[in-house]
Structure formats: structure tokens, C-alpha cells
Design a protein around this ligand. Structure first.
Ligand SMILES: Nc1ncnc2c1ncn2[C@@H]1O[C@H](COP(=O)(O)OP(=O)(O)OP(=O)(O)O)[C@@H](O)[C@H]1O
Ligand SMILES: [Mg+2]
Length: 397
């Protein structure tokens, strides 16, 4: 069993608590990605799991075994570093086989294991080369090979694809996912690249200020971000975050942002300042004909002026100025918008997110059952908000 349990793990550097009381359970066979911007303790956390850095407090369990204070080499974990160090004077074959030689594995077995791993990573034709005769991507694969050759209980990887060009990174990503499936081993993988996280992880843990901001499947963290930090980190461009307020108005609560009113279920919660989140792909352009008739769907359409267009290949992003706030709309190219143009943006109310302005935490909300005032976009009715995303009861709107 290679279940890894991290309990109350803490690490201070001087007076600064870098990793602050983190607890995570990584199930056997999970591919957990530790995701976060630069300097958010991802490497520090991984180094403690690997046994390269002593925690200030807390425990690390591998299956039933407490490995918190065990030397790195006794942990049966393989680590691939951000800056992989190969032995410059050894051939690729000897670099990959190095961990087996130190473990005194018989020579014939080393040879066959190295060849098997080299085959998996398409390094067979490079076995006699020295590291200086390899490209960056080949280097990286040799470093991976050296981790794979040992068949450890779990793999710890720190940005192993960071030095690859875009094409090789995509290919190696697919290869790593396949490898994970084939080996059935536990992976803990550090990256600040959300595409890597979303595409490879079975679960993602977002780190911020030394703590876990949210942990969940890629779908959960994207569709129901637990906080403004998560919402603003995931997505390209990330979620539009608008200053808004929830107000009791007649029988309904409405969330009000400049030029935008969205009705919510009546509730006894008080009015409050909120951050309204709308993903760029949740906005659609209201065709000019509809806009020209002057017919409005109150609360679900906003007017803006296009300030920039970004071509992403198959899609396009239009940046709009909406009452002084920058709002991105993302959709298939061409969107048919031009810089300087006035446009009306439609918002599917079921796809908006609400966060408490002060705490930044997600707020639970519901829409009125009667949707007469709501535009339902082509492609079917809106997806209701995920009930699992419900914030603590006290915080619900
Ligand atoms: N040995 C150390 N002594 C003092 N501070 C440290 C030490 N190691 C890390 N830190 C600090 O801890 C914080 C987290 O560093 P860490 O390397 O874990 O970040 P990271 O999330 O891996 O960032 P990146 O994405 O840039 O690799 C940083 O502010 C860093 O300066
Ligand atoms: Mg790092």
C-alpha cells in the first residue's frame, strides 16, 4: 500500500512558517498535483515528503509506516527534481542504472531493467551517450528513467517538464499519464502549470500561503472553486471577478454589479459585499440584432466596449470594459467583435460564482425556480451549481 498521509505538517524558516499545518491524504494510486504560483511552498512540502527537509512539526505516513524522520534512501520513494542532476561522466545507461547499482542488484538484472525503462521512454538509441550529448528533453527523460528503474512505492516529481519545449512537454505529459495508469503507483507532482495539473491529476491541491486552499478533482476545483484565489488562478484567462453586492429586493435577493442584476432565491441572509465570478467562457455575445431591438433580459446582460482581441488559434478572447472593470469573453474564433465596438454580453446566471468579499470564500446560492427572466443559451439548460460546493452554513447567501 502506498497511501501517503500528511498530518499537520509544518516547516518554519526562521520566524516564517513556510508550510503551515498541512494535512492531505493521498490514496494508493492517486496522481496528486500540488499546484500554486511561484514561492508557495510546493517544493518545500515535497522535499519533506522525500526526506530531504526535516519538518518542524507533523507526521508523514506511508501506508502504516511513520516515515517522518526516516532518511530519504530508506523511504522507498523516487524523486525527480526541478533541476535534474545527471552524472556528467556516466553514460545514459549507467545514469539510469545508478540507483540499482547502489542497491547491489545483480548486473544482468540491472541491464534488463535499464533496457526496459529506456524502451518506455524512447531512450534506447541513446544509451551510450553522455549527458552533455543530450538535448534538454532527453536529459529530462533520463532523469525520469532513473526514478522509474527502481520501481518505488511512490513517485515525487517537482516540475519535471519545466525545461521542455511546448511540443515535448505535451508529449511527455501524455506519456506520464499513461505511465501512471500502467504502473498504478502513487504520484505526487508539483507544478505551477495549470494545464499540467488539469490534464494529469486525479486530484489537485492548490497551495497558498503555506496552506491547502482547496483539494479536489480537476473538475471540482475548476467548476466550484472554493475561494477567489482558486477562481483567479485557474482558467486562461482566469475567472472575471467583479465587485458586487447582494441586496434583498422585494421577495428576491439580487446580486448587483454595475449594470448587472441577477436574481437569487430569497433567503434570510443579510445583504453583503461580494465578489461576483464569471468564467470568460460563460459569457456569450448577444447578437447585434437582439441588442438593436432594445429587448433586454434584466439581470443577465451587460454592456461593454471591446478594448482588445487576443487570437488563441481555435478560440478568441475579447477584453471588454464594463463600467470600468475589465471583463474577458472567450469563445470560438471569430467572435465577430472589433476593438472599440460596443457590445452586449449575455451571462448565463446558473454559471456565476459568488464569493464573500471580506473572506474570499465561496458562497452557496440558488436561483429562483422561475426562469422567465433568464436567457437559456443554445446548447441546453444551464448546469445547476454543484451542491458539494456549499460553503459553511453561516456563509451561505
Ligand atoms: N532553505 C530555505 N530557507 C529559507 N527560506 C526558504 C528555504 N527554502 C524555501 N524557502 C522559502 O519558502 C518559500 C517557498 O519556497 P518553495 O521553493 O517551496 O516554493 P515553490 O512553490 O516550490 O516555488 P517555485 O514554483 O518557484 O518552485 C519561498 O518564500 C522560499 O524563499
Ligand atoms: Mg519549486
Amino acid at each position: 500500500m502506498a497511501e501517503i498521509r500528511i498530518e499537520g505538517l509544518t516547516r518554519s524558516f526562521g520566524d516564517v512558517r513556510a508550510v503551515d499545518d498541512i494535512s492531505i491524504e493521498v490514496a494508493d494510486g492517486d496522481f496528486l498535483v500540488l499546484l500554486g504560483p511561484s514561492g508557495r511552498e510546493k517544493t518545500t512540502l515535497l522535499r519533506m515528503i522525500a526526506g530531504l527537509l526535516e519538518p518542524s512539526a507533523g507526521r508523514i505516513l506511508l501506508g502504516e509506516r511513520d516515515i517522518t524522520h526516516l532518511p530519504a534512501r530508506q523511504r522507498d520513494l523516487a524523486m525527480v527534481f526541478q533541476s535534474y542532476a545527471l552524472y556528467p561522466h556516466l553514460s545514459v545507461e549507467r545514469n539510469i542504472g545508478f540507483p540499482l547499482r547502489t542497491a547491489r542488484v545483480p548486473r544482468a538484472e540491472i541491464r534488463s531493467r535499464v533496457r526496459e525503462v529506456a524502451g518506455q521512454l524512447e531512450l534506447d538509441h541513446l544509451l551510450d551517450r553522455r549527458p552533455r550529448e543530450l538535448s534538454g528533453g532527453q536529459h529530462q527523460r533520463v532523469a525520469l528513467g532513473r526514478a522509474l528503474v527502481r520501481d518505488p512505492q511512490a513517485f515525487l516529481m517537482d516540475e519535471p517538464l519545466s525545461n521542455l519545449d511546448a511540443k515535448l512537454r505535451t508529449a511527455t505529459r501524455t506519456e506520464l499519464t499513461a505511465l501512471h495508469r500502467r504502473l498504478g503507483r502513487t504520484f505526487i507532482y508539483v507544478t505551477h502549470d495549470q494545464v499540467e495539473a488539469m490534464s494529469m491529476a486525479t486530484r489537485v491541491a492548490l497551495l497558498n500561503d503555506g496552506q491547502v486552499e482547496q483539494i479536489g478533482t480537476p473538475t471540482q476545483v475548476y467548476d466550484t472553486p472554493a475561494s477567489v484565489f482558486v477562481a483567479g488562478f485557474l482558467g486562461a484567462p482566469p475567472m472575471n471577478l467583479l465587485t458586487a453586492r447582494v441586496e434583498a429586493a422585494g421577495p428576491l435577493l439580487t446580486v448587483q454589479a454595475p449594470g448587472l442584476r441577477i436574481p437569487l432565491w430569497p433567503d434570510s441572509a443579510p445583504s453583503r459585499d461580494v465578489t461576483l465570478g464569471i468564467r470568460p467562457e460563460s459569457l456569450h455575445r448577444v447578437p447585434a440584432d437582439d441588442a438593436a431591438t432594445g429587448e433586454r433580459h434584466p439581470g443577465v446582460e451587460i454592456d461593454g466596449v471591446v478594448t482588445a482581441i487576443e487570437n488563441l488559434g481555435s478560440e478568441e478572447v475579447a477584453w471588454c470594459d464594463v463600467h470600468g472593470q475589465a471583463v474577458a469573453l472567450r469563445g470560438p474564433r471569430p467572435l465577430g467583435l472589433a476593438v472599440g465596438e460596443r457590445t452586449r454580453l449575455g451571462v448565463d446566471p446558473a454559471r456565476v460564482h459568488l464569493f464573500d468579499r471580506a473572506s474570499g470564500r465561496r458562497l452557496a446560492w440558488q436561483q429562483p425556480a422561475v426562469r422567465s427572466a433568464v436567457t437559456i443559451p443554445a446548447g441546453g439548460p444551464p448546469v445547476p451549481p454543484d451542491p458539494t460546493s456549499v460553503a459553511p452554513a453561516a456563509a451561505s447567501v
